[in-house]
Write a protein that binds this ligand. Structure first.
Ligand code: PA5
Length: 417
């Protein structure tokens, strides 16, 4: 595929049953965007990231990825929240686009504190050559801390301390936190999460790029997609989505339901839940972000959506071109026999839209060209921008998360007893 052909494939948005927007809204949004890229607002580094010259860092990422691909049968990505979901969203989508039979098997750790999960993981890793990619911006989070300690011990037991250190890749703050101190002291290959980029906005930093590269994804295309999404036409689309979300909030909606019909987007909507929930849910404001997988959840939540309490609107991720398909054999129901499964899936999608239109459920439809790295880069920048702009329109700080600290304090108090 030529670069130009790829560049024609861009995200689009459509709106059904949504409130109209104020005439001067694009002007207001463009003022807010100027603020985001001015370099004067805290934690807005993600907004200018796609245009930054990061070639030096990128080549270090690519060479670390190539070492992992050569010497590891398994790569464990250790992290939680913003230090986990973006990488997993990327890997699930991009490995469906282009499966990677030659790369390491990918495992995740530290995204929960289950002793059972981690005991089973250790068991699964036995006998394999393993590398660890430990990600923590603060370098002090409980979940990755405990998982890293467990897996590092396993590596040391197998390879000895010095050789184990050569299999550990740390992604963290440039100066602060215990992970940075350990990485420097032990000589782990390490990468930086820029201090002006918060966890949930960090997918396009080494946090997402190293796992993507290690899993064989084309990270340059991901970054090119993000650059494309930062151009004025797509910024205006993101602005319209943000303004529509705000208008839906003003009309009384309190829940946004993210929907997809492709299982490989499950973790993308998990990432969206964190991005929007943590950015907007504060000061008694915000939409509760829910995510459903269709058609699976039509058989569990379809009834509620169609006829239940209409507190929500829907945001649909509609993928236009899919990498593979199957034809239903003649033994299937006569209505299905000979049809492509993707066509049947599309009939479900269009059928749900028609049924929900009849129930007057507002819908934001985001058309995604395909599951490629270029689309992924666009999606990440696009939704980050939608989220930041909606937060600004709502009058909240979309870049802090003071409420997340509360449970951590309580948990640490209990651990001290
Ligand atoms: O978005 C966020 O800030 C959080 O979800 C963090 O990413 C999460 O708590 C993990 O933090 P850290 O990367 O410091 O380990």
């Amino acid at each position: 595929m030529t670069k130009n052909h790829e560049e024609r494939k861009i995200l689009k948005a459509g709106f059904l049953g949504c409130p109209g927007l104020q005439a001067d809204i694009q002007e207001k949004l463009s003022g807010l965007y100027d603020g985001l890229v001015s370099g004067k607002e805290a934690f807005t580094g993600w907004a200018t990231l796609p245009g930054r010259d990061n070639s030096g860092e990128l080549s270090r990422i690519l060479s670390a990825a190539s070492k992992i691909r050569k010497d590891s049968e398994a790569l464990v990505i250790i992290g939680i929240g913003g230090s986990y979901l973006g990488a997993r969203a990327a890997l699930e989508m991009l490995n469906t686009w282009k499966p990677d039979p030659d790369g390491p098997e990918i495992f995740y750790a530290g995204q929960n504190i289950s002793g059972t999960y981690h005991a089973d993981l250790r068991q699964q890793l036995r006998g394999k050559d393993v590398s660890l990619c430990v990600v923590s911006k603060s370098g002090t989070t409980t979940e990755p801390n405990i998982a890293f300690a467990v897996l590092k011990d396993m590596l040391i037991e197998k390879y000895g301390k010095a050789k184990a250190a050569e299999r550990i890749y740390a992604i963290t703050d440039p100066t602060a936190g215990s992970l940075r101190a350990e990485a420097d002291a032990e000589g782990y290959e390490s990468f930086v999460i820029p201090p002006d980029i918060g966890g949930r906005y960090s997918v396009l930093t080494p946090v997402g790029l190293l796992p993507m590269a290690a899993a064989g994804a084309d990270v340059e295309s991901v970054l090119a997609g993000a650059v494309r999404a930062a151009e004025p036409d797509l910024r205006a689309v993101a602005g319209s989505v943000a303004a529509t979300r705000k208008a839906l909030i003003d009309s009384g909606k309190t829940v946004e339901v993210f929907e997809q019909y492709e299982p490989s987007l499950f973790y993308f909507t998990e990432w969206m839940k964190q991005l929007f929930g943590e950015s907007e849910g504060k000061d008694g404001k915000g939409l509760f972000p829910a995510a459903v997988s269709f058609s699976t959840d039509l058989h569990s939540l379809g009834q509620f959506l169609q006829e239940g309490n209409q507190i929500f609107f829907e945001t649909l991720l509609d993928v236009k071109e899919l990498p593979r398909d199957l034809t239903a054999p003649q033994s299937a129901d006569p209505l299905l026999a000979g049809k492509s499964m993707n066509e049947v899936n599309r009939a479900a999608l269009e059928g749900v839209i028609a049924a929900h239109r009849a129930a007057d459920i507002p819908l934001i439809r985001i058309e995604i060209p395909d599951l490629s790295p270029y689309s992924f880069g666009q999606m990440v920048y696009f939704f980050q921008l939608v989220c930041a702009l909606t937060g600004k329109l709502m009058g909240v700080d979309p870049f802090n998360q003071p409420g997340v600290e509360q449970y951590k304090k309580e948990m640490k108090r209990l651990l001290r007893v």
